[in-house]
Design a binder for this molecule. Sequence first.
Ligand code: SF4
Length: 442
Amino acid sequence: MRGMDKKLKILTYGCQMNVADSERMAGLLKKIGYTLTDDAERADLILINTCCVRATAEDKVFGQIGKFKSLKREKPSLILGVAGCMAQKEGANLIKRAPHIDFVLGTGQSSEVARVVLSLERERKHFVDVSNVSGEISSEVFPLRGGHVSTFVPIMYGCNNFCTYCIVPYVRGRERSRQPEEIFAEVKQAVAEGFKEITLLGQNVNSYSGGMTFAELLSAVDKIAGVKRLRFMTSHPKDLSDELIAAIAGGENICEHIHLPVQYGSDKILQRMNRVYTVEKYLRLVEKIRVAIPNVSLTTDLIVGFPGETEEDFQETLKFLRAVKFDAAFTFIYSKRSGTPAATFASQIDDATKHRRLEELMKVQNEISLAKNLALENSAVEVLVEGASKTDDKIFMGRTRSNKLILFEHGSEQAGELVSVKINQAQTWLLKGKIIHSSDVA
Ligand code: SF4
């Protein structure tokens, strides 16, 4: 029988939602005596929370599972579990491929993790449950959060949009919104734990339906004492409402940053992606946002190499990028996901063309990002201090309200403080500056 000091190592792949799910599962496992460790060799339980949005993410997970085989041989009591999107998609196939995995838990079953682990501690046999992709996530659990300054609070799970390239609706089920009271309680708990910045999470927060609109929810969270900064992601452009734009414009601590994934810049491809808006509609939305929130920062996601993409479509996308001038764009090569409609589309694009287009796209966007950042030189911005930079403990890093990363010389500031920084050097992905004064009122 194991003692009470049981060690848990969690590896999380993929998006912010997976980070939030891992924190919830860690919260559940804490209740049955597990504390976190960074060292897999000391762990009694290793949980891999997986992503399957791109083939590369899946390859990494299989590589990681393979590495733990020898660890299991040396320490047979070690429990190895796989959760998340790839677990949901592959189910028992994972155990067939790697029999040293003890359990596989789908996205809708993550709240069962403690029960499953307890039963495996008593009796070791393979366990797989991916039966209910739209299962509820337990609201009684307070997550065991990583970090100290910023944290995520999921407001809904699943997606109803079925973009033709995307596996998410198949592995995370239909949309389920959490009740506002649950969300408020979790935000208050995070604030009590010392977190200053809250990001409300959902695959498409705009379709939140927990008895109030997303704009109402955002405004209500904005009023919770101790929330110094409030962010949200992700917003589908098809239903970002005027009410939400007004809520951001009139909010106190709601950051002026909207991540608005466009995915592509030509109507033909947008239609094939089932994104349900046109380039013109997206441009009108951007204009409306910029009029209402003049200092807004806009970021986006873009996919190149979608099946059927012609050189003409691609050039339209470059033209679109130059017209919108996003602050930053996360650019991806289309990854064929079996089970999605786009995987069966004719005219898949060859790898060389995909890579060439990605490079061209990044070059155009990098020039835009740099120009936007250069325009900020000599201005003062509010920065939430995150802590020492990864390479130099005399240099601290933080984020502007517009979500730009900024480095500055460290004085007496502490992580979690709001400070005013004058930008004296801009780069494509980074700003550098000097503290003017501390404006923190904690
Ligand atoms: S909105 Fe589209 S891209 Fe986003 S999770 Fe849903 S299906 Fe995937």
